[in-house]
Design a protein around this ligand. Structure first.
Ligand SMILES: Nc1ncnc2c1ncn2[C@@H]1O[C@H](COP(=O)(O)OP(=O)(O)OP(=O)(O)O)[C@@H](O)[C@H]1O
Ligand SMILES: [Mg+2]
Length: 414
């Protein structure tokens, strides 16, 4: 039994094994079977394994470069059998394969996909949070309110004054600081549906199906208006366009761009929000006017915001008197998610104490301070990474807010 058979056996037992799909992709790369490799990597990406994601994207990028076949690989194209093996390729596409020798494209790049075989898209819908659930971020709330909520609620007014609305906003910042949360809350504020889409909802081994997925996502959102369409980790798409290139991804991005540009927010009540913690990887084409043309930095919460996040996260829990200002002072650069974690750790400890001693207890300042002492802010690594981009790649002023933030935290960030 060869390696591929072994991995396939593994996958029969567990089809969601990202590592196995990834290894399978590598094996097919070795064999120069790029079509199978692309399929395997796409399946790996769909498993949602965060640790592997970057590696998979790099492999997909390299695959794309290989999709313009070197001479020795063009034997695949010269093999008449290989041209007819794909059930999804239409006759015209197969003609293209045989007629377009000059380009030497592998079959995958020409497949349009079977329109009747569009995969089911399982994206999540929900919006049971509002702005009052989001601690701090007041400036961001104001921007969103002006750019999204007011036009959304008063379309006639904006139309009368010919105030242009539309385009999407792009939220960027360190992990756990509330990008997804505030996007959901925006939907809550507008009484709109919230549809969250990730690259795995879009990507399909068959090129045409991926583009069709994008179309379906938008038409589904239109059918459910008012609606906020949230593209999480939008960098994975942008990344693909610039580095991964290519014949595979460009049509998907182009479809996405034309869908966004095609939205008439006044009449359609459909808004698009993107989020990323790697803004440097977001395709510049996505940032042009009419697309994600407002880039907003979502920073770690400031002291005042941390007070309100602690209050929100401790609300309804049995506590002693809490000095929220002190907690906030001790948690500089903690993200909202980090604060949530502090509260969780303290809560767990108190429950354990109660269970082991049989005496009732409340969450005390000591429990919270102990939890803080045992945790670290998770935003530092991101802030240190972006420092270089601020220094060397801030020509367009995209990172001005980040620069201010970093300067005001020089002591910790160096
Ligand atoms: N400002 C905030 N107020 C209240 N809760 C917050 C805030 N920021 C973050 N949280 C809490 O942290 C959790 C994680 O936040 P969220 O998922 O929005 O982070 P994110 O910025 O999207 O991170 P990532 O970049 O990893 O996707 C939220 O579900 C929420 O409970
Ligand atoms: Mg998020």
């Amino acid at each position: 039994m060869d390696k591929i058979d072994l991995i396939r056996q593994l996958l029969e037992q567990d089809g969601k094994n990202a590592n196995a799909w990834y290894l399978l992709g590598l094996e097919y790369c070795e064999l120069a079977d790029y079509s199978q490799a692309f399929q395997a990597f796409s399946e790996a990406l769909k498993c949602g394994n965060e640790e592997l994601k970057d590696k998979i994207i790099v492999e997909l990028g390299q695959l794309s470069d290989k999709s313009r076949l070197p001479a020795q690989d063009s034997r695949q194209d010269n093999d008449p059998c290989s041209k007819k093996t794909d059930p999804y390729a239409s006759e015209t596409e197969q003609d293209m394969i045989s007629n377009d020798d000059s380009d030497n494209l592998i079959k995958l790049t020409l497949i349009e996909g079977n329109q009747n075989n569009v995969v089911n898209i399982n994206y999540k819908e929900s919006a049971n949070v509002c702005f009052q659930d989001v601690g701090g971020l007041d400036q961001l709330k104001n921007i969103i309110s002006m750019k999204i909520i007011k036009p959304f609620k008063n379309p006639d007014l904006f139309e009368r004054f010919q105030k242009k609305v539309g385009g999407g906003i792009l939220l960027f910042g360190p992990p756990g600081c509330g990008k997804t949360y505030i996007a959901k809350a925006t939907a809550g504020e507008c009484n709109a549906r919230f549809i969250s889409v990730s690259i795995t909802d879009i990507l399909d081994p068959y090129l045409g199906v991926s583009s069709q997925n994008v179309k379906d996502i938008f038409s589904n959102a239109r059918a459910k208006k008012p609606c906020i369409l949230f593209f999480d980790e939008i960098d994975t798409l942008g990344y693909n366009r610039s580095k991964l290139l290519s014949e595979h991804m460009r049509p998907i991005i182009d479809q996405l761009l034309s869908e966004i540009e095609g939205i008439d927010s006044n009449t359609e009540q459909l808004l698009v929000i993107g989020a990323t913690n790697m803004p440097w990887d977001v395709d510049p084409a996505l940032k042009r006017p009419g697309r994600f043309d407002k880039n907003i930095f979502v920073p770690p919460p400031d002291e005042e915001a941390r007070v309100s996040i602690f209050k929100l996260k401790l609300k309804g829990k049995p506590t002693e008197i809490i000095d929220y200002e002190l907690l906030a002072k001790q948690t500089e650069l903690y993200s909202g998610a980090d604060i949530e974690n502090v509260v969780e750790v303290a809560t767990e400890n108190v429950i354990n104490k109660i269970l082991s001693s049989d005496c009732d207890d409340l969450i005390s300042m000591k429990d919270l301070m102990d939890a803080i002492a045992n945790t670290k802010p998770s935003t530092i690594e991101w802030l240190r990474t972006i420092k270089n981009y601020v220094k060397y790649a801030n020509q367009a002023g995209l990172y001005d807010d980040v620069e201010k933030f970093i300067l005001s935290h020089k002591k910790i960030l160096g």
